[in-house]
Write a protein of this length. Structure first.
Length: 615
């Protein structure tokens, strides 16, 4: 979404998380007092924290609706926006009475259902929009309009990216990912799994892990069946629900055993069993483990609700591949948000299984398959997904919030304006595809400087020079461990500009060389050169907004000249370049260090410098 608009701001009143976001966009909204609602076209925002609080005879929302109805004083120049994006819109049996109660309350206070819209993040209502309409028709109510938004998840992503991400965090997480002994990092457990609140699916999952002997392989938190400040008996609740779970009755002894060993504490404050990840992020448990099992808030058959929460962002921040224990299709939603999942490391077939019991068993099978290996072997296997965890970190840190917010919230703004019929449409200032402007000065390529290289599982330094064949060359050399061996070069500019990249390489034992030219968000171009055969193995552009041409020239004494010309992305930004020894995730086989010499390396960009047009 842009930082400004070229039209009159939309008048709004009320409160919601969406409005808090809109306040950050210059010219998007104008907050007006409730007293102005009777004479100004506006949108009123009503925030619902829990759908279960909405009842026909209850007090929840009554004051807000009564005050707003009185302020309108009969005016029809409004649109009512119900912000329920942080929980989603549930149409299962236990929530149906609350959905009906909300319809009754809207009618009771004289609001027009055709002027009412709900912001939600239930993906099921995108896949099957008639579900809610059929529900309303059956119960004799006019359906509200509905808009899908991930604002709750995005707000959490913004908090994480501002507080915890950044290059320093990346370097620390990368050191942990590769178990760098210089940082005192030692992997002690195979997986990490947080389960503070004893929702029944989590209880069932932990019992299955316990019965298979897998619980001790992980760092597992579980508060037990008594929660501070809550009188509810969660143990009795679990006993009652076991009857309805397939073969659940056979788990009664396991339930008792789980209760006896609770609480299970991973990262709680001293004297407390409460998981602190809701308030801060403790990197220690992630550094000690190899992958995460994310037990999301919902785990059902996907027939009434399909959503994900912010919980998967925690392993993303800490460069953990993860299993998503949630609604079916959850991994597909993660990928739709621009993140990558880990199908070449974890069996992800569970994501497509609808019945909850079968999906849970498949997840337990996936955990069992990984935990059958020792820690050292799983560490080596993780090299298959190194690029994915790096991509996810950068996507969260540098682009996810702004990029997804642009598309997610734009629909709400456009809906409000259309509903109010308030003049010319909003023009969203989306960056256009760069083209050669006619009003440019003659210009030359300018050198792009890279900051200190990030070296992963290898050794490399620009100033470590050897002279060979009349060239001054730097050495990129592996350290004889499993996994990726690469150097990541980070430049403050270059994305969205015309690039010219030149380097000469010579093998010092490496069989192949791979180059990623990328934005901080994700790989845009991948090039693989077979040093043994002297041929280009592959050259692939992954983004439609990128265009790179490459060539390889055989020079003297085994040197090869590599040339890349083109453009990465269309908007200006940082440029990253990663040089790998071998293919990413390849298995180390040699008993001696292998490497490559890099000489005459240069990256330059043709930057647009506009001149004033002549009159």
């Amino acid at each position: 979404m842009p930082d400004s608009f070229n039209r009159t701001p939309i008048a709004v009143c009320g409160s919601s998380g969406f409005l808090d976001y809109c306040d950050t966009i210059d010219g998007c909204i104008e907050r007006i007092p409730l007293a102005d609602a009777s004479w100004r076209a506006h949108a009123f925002f009503l925030h619902i924290t829990q759908l279960a609080f909405v009842t026909v005879d209850g007090d929840y929302l009554t004051r807000e609706l009564a005050d707003y109805s009185a302020a309108l004083n009969g005016s029809q120049d409004y649109v009512l926006i119900i912000d329920y994006a942080h929980e989603g819109w549930a149409l299962e049996e236990r929530f149906a009475p609350h959905v009906l109660a909300l319809h009754k309350m809207i009618g009771r206070y004289g609001f027009d259902p055709l002027k009412t819209c709900i912001i939600h993040h239930n993906n099921l209502l995108i896949d099957n929009p008639s579900l809610y309409k059929d529900f309303c028709a059956y119960n004799g109510y006019e359906p509200f309009d509905m808009i899908y938004s991930q604002s709750w998840l995005l707000n959490q992503a913004k908090f994480i990216s501002e507080k915890f991400a950044g290059q320093d965090a990346f370097d620390r997480m990368a050191a942990s990912y590769f178990q760098n002994p210089d940082h005192g990092i030692v992997k002690t457990h195979k997986y990490l799994c947080y389960n503070y609140f004893p929702r029944f699916p989590r209880v069932m999952f932990l019992m299955k892990l316990l019965e298979r002997g897998l619980l001790s392989d992980g760092l597992v938190s579980f508060a037990g069946f008594r929660i501070a400040d809550m009188e509810y008996d969660f143990y009795a609740d679990a006993q009652a629900k076991l009857v309805y779970w397939p073969e659940g009755a056979s788990y009664s002894k396991t339930l008792s055993a789980l209760a006896d060993m609770s609480p299970l504490v991973v990262d709680a404050h001293p004297g407390s069993t409460k998981n602190i990840l809701a308030y801060q992020f403790d990197a220690g448990p992630y550094q000690k483990s190899l992958f995460s099992i994310v037990t999301d808030a919902g785990f059902d058959n996907g027939l009434h609700m399909k959503r994900i929460t912010e919980k998967f962002l925690k392993p993303v921040l800490h460069m953990h591949p993860f299993i998503l224990f949630g609604e079916p299709g959850g991994l597909a939603v993660v990928r739709d948000l621009g993140f990558q999942t880990f199908g070449n490391f974890i069996d992800e077939s569970y994501d497509a299984i609808l019945p909850a019991d079968r999906r849970m068993d498949k997840i337990v099978d996936a955990v069992d398959e990984l935990c059958a290996f020792d820690i050292k072997s799983i560490q080596a296997m993780r090299s298959r997904v190194s690029d994915a965890v790096f991509h996810n970190f950068y996507h969260l840190a540098y682009g996810f919030y702004g990029r997804v917010r642009h598309t997610s919230e734009r629909s709400v703004i456009e809906y409000i304006q259309k509903a109010l019929d308030s003049g010319e449409p909003i023009v969203f200032e989306v960056p256009l595809v760069n083209s050669e402007p006619s009003d440019t000065a003659v210009r030359s390529y300018e050198k792009i400087d890279f900051d200190s290289p990030l070296v992963i599982n290898a050794s490399f330094a620009w100033d470590d020079i050897i002279v060979l064949d009349g060239r001054e060359a730097s050495r990129l050399q592996d350290n004889r461990t499993h996994g990726n061996h690469c150097v990541l070069l980070r430049g403050a500019s270059g994305q969205g500009e015309k690039l010219r990249i030149r380097l000469e390489v010579k093998s010092r034992g490496a069989k192949s060389l791979m180059v990623h030219i990328k934005s901080p968000l994700h790989t845009e171009y991948q090039f693989i050169y077979n040093l043994d055969l002297g041929i280009i193995s592959s050259s692939d552009v992954y983004e439609t907004d990128s265009d790179i041409e490459c060539s390889a020239k055989h020079l003297d004494n085994g040197w090869v000249g590599l040339e890349f010309d083109g453009q990465i992305g269309r908007s200006e930004g940082p440029l990253h370049m990663a040089i790998y020894l071998g293919r990413e995730g390849f298995e180390y086989a040699s008993e001696t260090p292998t490497g490559v010499l890099i000489a005459k390396f240069s990256v330059s960009a043709l930057r647009v410098q506009r001149t004033e047009s002549s009159s």
